[in-house]
Design a binder for this molecule. Structure first.
Ligand SMILES: [Zn+2]
Length: 318
């Protein structure tokens, strides 16, 4: 389902949830199912990213919730290893008032324990865990299992969520660098355009250039080379509104030009982009949004007319 749909839409990168994102229930996959899926991804050269379920809260003061989150992370990392995923994206979560200073240790502990458990599980199944220096072109179901890097996602900054400020993510990545078992891919960053905008990064401003300021900040924090993925989304939330509400490309408060500058920025040219938009029909990323993203990349001054949806067509207005 996933690969044919991606090909039909003209996608070049795939991101999926490893389980129903709104429940803790996990979904078992047969070995054959995983083999067919990863073979299809490889055949069409589609890099895969997994996203952990929305319930994950690695920063929670409640130990029970952190343990469930750790469990969900283990599942995502194992599935990522078995499908040859390029990364596992997660929201860090909310410290619920406990403060970042305490939450950072909970996050590091949960992530580290998850990686140790993944290594143990893979060891038990006869796989050898390797880091990023090994080739990713091999068969992920073979003896060389590559555990994908964890990518911490920028947050919209509502309430007590962790990750609304890049400094928090930098701190967590440094903490994980020293805490994770050796030989693993270091954790990285997933930038979400709608979240950054909602959190107060002025990507829409051209004088002075808010995007260049963001790129400079990432560089000064040592994060430029750690961006593993970008979520390209417009935002229903106004600038600095601190609410996580995505919108179709060009239909939100960010708009076509703002997002096009992100897509075309030379310092982000090496990073894969995925869409997390509601879609015109409400079924998620669709041909319309993919077409808009491609026209941004190609330098078009606006979305191609043939992609303007019917309800926006002046000919239909009367
Ligand atoms: Zn996102």
């Amino acid at each position: 389902m996933v690969v044919p749909r991606a090909l039909e839409l003209g996608a070049e990168v795939v991101q999926i949830f490893n389980a129903n994102p709104r429940t803790w229930r996990s979904r078992p996959f047969s070995t054959e199912e995983l083999h067919t899926f990863s073979a299809a991804l490889r055949a069409h050269r589609l890099p895969l990213f997994l996203h952990t379920i929305y319930l994950v809260n690695l920063a929670s003061p409640e130990e029970e919730l952190r343990l469930r989150s750790e469990e969900a992370l283990v599942e995502a990392l194992l599935l990522g290893t078995r499908t040859g995923a390029a990364g596992v994206v997660t929201h860090v979560g909310s410290h619920r008032g406990a403060g970042f200073a305490r939450a950072r240790n909970w996050v590091a502990q949960a992530v580290t324990r998850a990686y140790v458990r993944v290594a143990e599980t893979l060891g038990q199944t006869g796989s050898q865990v390797t880091g990023p220096t090994e080739s990713r072109t091999g068969d992920p179901s073979g003896s060389q299992a590559i555990v994908p890097p964890l990518l911490l996602e920028t947050a919209a900054g509502s309430g007590q969520t962790v990750g609304g400020r890049l400094e928090e993510l930098e701190d967590l990545l440094l903490l994980l660098d020293s805490a994770l078992p050796p030989g693993l891919s270091p954790a990285g960053l997933c930038l979400d355009t709608a979240h950054l905008f909602a959190a107060g990064y002025p990507l829409h401003e051209t004088e002075p250039d808010g995007l260049d300021a963001l790129i400079a900040r990432l560089r000064s924090l040592g994060l430029s080379d750690r961006i593993g993925l970008i979520h390209l989304n417009d935002s229903q939330t106004p600038f600095g509104g601190r609410q996580d509400r995505h919108q179709n490309l060009g239909y939100g408060k960010m708009g076509y030009q703002t997002l096009a500058r992100v897509v075309r920025h030379p310092k982000l040219a090496h990073v894969p982009f995925v869409l997390e938009v509601p879609g015109l029909e409400g079924h998620g990323p669709d041909a319309f949004n993919l077409g808009v993203a491609k026209s941004m990349r190609e330098g078009a001054p606006g979305p191609p007319a043939r992609l303007v949806p019917a309800e926006k067509d002046p000919a239909d207005a009367g």
